[in-house]
Design a protein around this ligand. Structure first.
Ligand SMILES: [Zn+2]
Ligand SMILES: [Zn+2]
Length: 73
């Protein structure tokens, strides 16, 4: 834990694996991968990580209290 200044500002934000632009905000059900922003999640029918069929998509919010939520995969 030394010199955190460089990495702290962009800390745990995940970028959408599909558009590479927006922030990851959706979790695929049932596989549980969180790799997509809201708009991209509408256009995929299988998970881009494990290729499991997506039955539902759940929006989640990252908070500083639960940083581990960013590492669901
Ligand atoms: Zn996206
Ligand atoms: Zn998956």
């Amino acid at each position: 834990m030394n010199k955190l200044n460089d990495t702290c500002s962009m800390s745990k934000r995940l970028t959408c694996k599909i558009c590479g632009d927006k922030e990851v905000q959706m979790v695929f059900i049932p596989c549980g991968h969180a790799v997509s922003c809201v708009s991209c999640s509408q256009s995929v029918v299988i998970c881009i990580i494990c290729r499991a069929p997506i039955n539902a998509r759940v929006k989640f919010f990252l908070t500083s209290n639960f940083p581990e939520l960013a590492e669901l995969n």
